[in-house]
Design a binder for this molecule. Structure first.
Ligand SMILES: CC(C)(COP(=O)(O)OP(=O)(O)OC[C@H]1O[C@@H](n2cnc3c(N)ncnc32)[C@H](O)[C@@H]1OP(=O)(O)O)[C@@H](O)C(=O)NCCC(=O)NCCS
Length: 169
């Protein structure tokens, strides 16, 4: 199993991964929409032999009030095909994804998800850093610093790309 950047030839398989991983096709459609609008900043697949078994996407998030040094991404969505879950594939996608975010000069990654899962990767509750979200999420809205201490400089409302409000998820 290896983690690599998505290729054009993976698009259909990635759509299929999210349709299988989630209960609806909303996340699969969101990925297609983000890619088509050019806001899929980092998109990685987990490949096992010829098969794509997982996918993770990162897209830019803004902060309001705006801050010029804010370089942040949102992790969403991540999906692993059901018969390959709990085998470490999600973990590899997240660890490799965060590493690549850091290498590309991003300081911060946010996620909206299960704290029991994401705290394993260093995510902490965003509210402790004065970061809000548009979804009335409390402990499920989390953040990780890729540059230690950087969150001391920012507070405000974190906003995902507008495509997240267009997709039904
Ligand atoms: C969530 C998801 C991506 C996790 O991927 P995965 O490959 O099954 O997870 P991993 O095997 O890498 O698990 C990594 C660790 O998290 C734990 N874990 C896995 N799923 C978990 C969950 N739902 N809640 C809490 N812990 C979880 C594992 O036990 C493992 O712990 P360990 O490192 O201490 O052994 C996958 O289950 C999935 O696609 N789910 C459906 C779609 C979804 O919910 N996506 C996330 C939306 S925010």
């Amino acid at each position: 199993m290896r983690i690599r950047e998505e290729r054009t030839s993976d698009i259909k398989a990635i759509h299929g991964v999210h349709e299988l991983a989630f209960d609806s096709s909303a996340e699969a459609q969101l990925v297609d929409l983000l890619r088509s609008r050019g806001v899929a900043a980092i998109s990685l697949v987990a490949e096992d032999g010829e098969e794509i078994v997982g996918h993770i996407l990162f897209s830019p998030v803004s902060i309001d009030p705006p801050a010029c040094d804010w370089r942040a991404l949102g992790l969403a969505p991540i999906g692993v095909v059901p018969d390959r879950q709990r085998q470490g594939i999600g973990k590899s996608l997240i660890n490799e994804g965060l590493q690549r975010c850091k290498e590309r000069g991003f300081h911060v990654v946010v996620v909206l998800g299960d704290p029991a899962y994401y705290t394993k990767f260093g995510f902490m509750q965003s509210k402790h850093f004065g970061l809000g979200n548009e979804y009335q999420a409390d402990e499920h809205f989390m953040v990780v610093e890729l540059t230690p201490g950087v969150l001391d400089s920012f507070t405000g409302l974190v906003k995902y790309a507008p495509e997240f409000n267009e997709a039904d998820c």
